[in-house]
Design a binder for this molecule. Sequence first.
Ligand code: HAX
Length: 438
Amino acid sequence: MKLKQKLAELVPQWRAEITEIRKKYGNKKIMDDTVAHVYGGMRGLKALVCDTSEVFPMEGVKFRGYTIPEVRKLLPKAKPDGEPLPEGIWYLLLTGEIPTEEDVKEITEEFHKRAEVPDYVFKVIDSLPKETHPMVQFSIGILANENDSIFRKRYEEGMKKTEYWDATFEDALTLLARLPVVAAYIYRRTYKGDTKLDYRKDLDWAANFGHMLGIDNEEFYELMRLYLVLHADHEGGNVSAHTNLVVNSALSDLFYSVSAAMNGLAGPLHGLANQETLRWIQALRSKFGGIPTKEQLEQFVWDTLNSGQVIPGYGHAVLRVTDPRYTAEREFALKYMPDDELFKIVSLLYEVVPPILKQLGKVKDPWPNVDAHSGVLLWHYGVKEYDFYTVFFGVSRAMGLTAQAVISRAYGLPIERPKSITTRWLKENLDKLPDAEA
Ligand code: HAX
């Protein structure tokens, strides 16, 4: 495969560079730990390396240096002026280069070759009650594929350390090829009476996912392409990305680490926020019998806050502006569904929520994140089972997780083992500790 050959050329260069940096500058200080870090979710602590993407407070995510508008413009598409193909973002995350149409086609074809999911995986999923949350089914479904891990088999055979990235890349291809099949199976068994739909080799990865869900609509295919690109990666420190990296650092293969990452993505402060947003918007729509007035909406937002809940889809640990992924989803809605009632509510929330969150005084980012919008798009095309929304996120995020893991293995990063401290030690030493440099 040409992509693998390209990586085989890049990896020795990366490795030499990292070795040099570690050797020459290993002792350079990046920043000081503070008490605030250890009790504050390590917010802002520069403790990891991730080269696939970076999140900037005022600009949002950049994939290998490219903004979302750039990625939407530059990556190969299924049709002119359409949305980019997710296979292209995976290539970009892995290599740092914008792929050609041929590069993207090669990945699609490789996925087609590897998409057959063993029957026992479906049986494992079938053994779960149908009301099991789709993210649980998804995480278990991913893990059930581990039997086919090339990394584990080659490790058992004594694979050299310099080959770890290669075996991880092989697992990444298999995992990504199978994910839409597993996800669509979960959707169909949970909500559509066990009617599994055939895999279509004439479609790209995203469109085929849409097809297997049962939504054969060109606009929905475009939404899938956009959705899977937008959610692909968000640097290395968020819960799912970091979980993947830490598990993978123990040389557990990608099936273990991506399954573990999905368990973190399933949390309401992380990926589940898109499900929560839709639940909340539906509640307000049924309370007001349609689109509320601005005053009614303001009251509803205050009632949510006063009952001790967060406003789902708003706020972010890093961002301090409207998430550009939200903006891209909004552009899609304005193009394809400007009159949709739920979209109108989402637009009204965009006017109402930020001023209220600002008034609270403690919320660092009062602006919407990606999860404030994505559910409404899915609902419009008939995916009304919002328990399933985080699975879409998971299929997409697996691209970033796999790319990050291939690169970590290429760099030869060791097992993660940060140092924890006790509150007792802190109490005994607090007076002696120096202040961090401003
Ligand atoms: N509604 C109400 N209060 C909020 C809030 C929101 N949307 N966002 C933050 N706050 C509150 C926090 O709960 C915190 O309150 P306390 O001090 O009383 O605990 C305070 O404002 C300061 O928080 P912060 O520093 O601004 O935000 P954090 O970095 O701690 O948390 C979160 C970031 C995304 C978890 C947070 O903004 C939140 O809970 N948002 C709602 C859930 C959500 O949309 N999550 C998805 C985020 C994107 C993502 O990861 N997707 O996968």
